[in-house]
Ligand binder design. Structure first.
Ligand SMILES: *Cc1c(COP(=O)(O)O)cnc(C)c1O
Length: 386
């Protein structure tokens, strides 16, 4: 066994795809101490700078003063605490839906909810750039799968026409904000199309939750489609700065998932203290809209800086996920390493996360980035790319 596995790892090494874990010792705003070195993090999903906010640590300490850590059982057994229910109510209010159901992670929410909703005899329509967890969920469901080209509503319409009458249930699954280029699925066009063909809609809003929309409710609010998407998945581990995820929607959907989502039923509930911390985080998101504004301002600044150095910045003009296309795996790794050595942590995204030949840097913005930090990254990037 060891020999076979080691051989596979060697193949990864030769292709420049061998990875290793870095150790983060401390996080404050966008500054982290990683492997003993102070570094500016341009690679996290902590868009609003909340992950290292001392108020979250304080909320944890206050909660644990009166409580305990281990949930001890699944939610449906004896692992359901008042704070879980309180957080679900707050998330439903936040997303403007009837109800919400907590999951331990976004990955688990997707692989639980999608197979609960569709099975053999059903069909899933999936955007080609959907997140890996949606792909896995799709496979697990055993439904037929139709993959349409990225954002191509015309192709989706054609598939919906061709499939008329062939399936029991039809579910369209998309990312609200795509994690690699930060572009958005046009939900305002998706909703009428889904209605015309009597298909259900599922939006994974991992990257939009707490950022997009006038109130930070996410991509559904951004497109004015509240109340019109059947299933919304949101994560707590990105802009909200904690960990976990939820599905928001009608109370019937939520009660159905409580019975049928296997990754909800057959797993220990998430530690109640996490729910307490997330309640605090939601409060901060509501009370400090400046964080969202600062994030967008930072994204624009970074994109303008890249354009100025002759690099195109694909995606939405104010998207906080900023890709810098490189192409080859080796060059992407070289640039990523040089930036890290200079004190800037940037994602070096390679296959299998993106297709071969489209390796890129993935710069993610944070409301806590200062102008000096952004200028520093731009200047270093310019030098390294030459
Ligand atoms: C991060 C992410 C997930 C997974 O969420 P976790 O809570 O990290 O498991 C799912 N979908 C998308 C689009 C994501 O970006």
């Amino acid at each position: 066994m060891i020999k076979t596995l080691a051989h596979d790892l060697d193949t990864l090494s030769r292709a420049g795809l061998r990875r290793s874990l870095r150790t983060v010792e401390h996080r404050k705003g966008a500054e982290i101490v990683v492997d003993g070195k102070t570094t500016i993090d341009f690679s996290s999903n902590d868009y609003l700078g909340l992950a290292g906010d001392p108020r979250l640590a304080q909320a944890a300490a206050t909660f644990l003063d009166q409580s305990h850590v281990g949930p001890a059982a699944a939610r449906l057994i004896s692992g359901n605490y008042a704070v879980h229910t309180e957080l679900e109510a707050a998330l439903a209010r936040f997303k403007n839906t009837d109800a919400a159901l907590l999951f331990s992670s976004g990955y688990m929410a997707n692989i639980g909810a999608i197979p609960a909703l569709v099975a053999r005899r059903d069909v899933i329509y999936a955007d080609a750039l959907n997140h890996a967890s949606l792909l896995d969920a799709t496979r697990l469901s055993r439904a037929e799968v139709r993959v349409f080209p990225h954002l191509d509503l015309g192709a989706l319409r054609q598939m919906l026409i061709e499939d008329a009458g062939k399936f029991r249930r039809r579910l369209i699954v998309v990312d609200g904000v795509f994690s690699m280029d930060g572009d958005l699925f046009p939900l305002d066009q998706l909703v009428p199309l889904a209605r015309e063909f009597d298909a259900w809609t599922y939006v994974d809003d991992a990257h939009g939750t707490a950022v997009l929309g006038a109130n930070g409710r996410g991509s559904v609010e951004h497109f004015g489609m509240e109340g019109k998407i059947d299933v919304i998945m949101g994560t707590l581990g990105k802009a909200l700065g904690t960990a976990g995820a939820f599905i928001a929607g009608s109370s019937t959907l939520i009660e159905y998932l409580l019975h049928r989502a296997r990754s909800f039923v057959f797993t220990t509930s998430s530690p109640p203290v996490l729910a307490a911390i997330t309640l605090k985080s939601l409060e901060i998101v509501r009370d400090e809209p400046w964080r969202r504004e600062q994030l967008i301002a930072n994204a624009r600044y970074m994109r303008a800086g890249l354009v100025e150095m002759g690099r195109e910045a694909p995606g939405e003009p104010d998207s906080y996920i900023v890709p810098v296309m490189i192409g080859s795996v080796n060059e992407t790794v070289r640039v990523g390493t040089a930036l890290r050595e200079a004190g800037y942590l940037v994602g070096a995204v390679r296959p299998p996360t993106v297709p071969l030949g489209t390796s890129r840097l993935r710069i993610t913005m944070c409301s806590a980035h200062t102008q000096q930090q952004m200028d520093g990254l731009l200047k270093t990037l310019k030098a390294v790319l030459q």
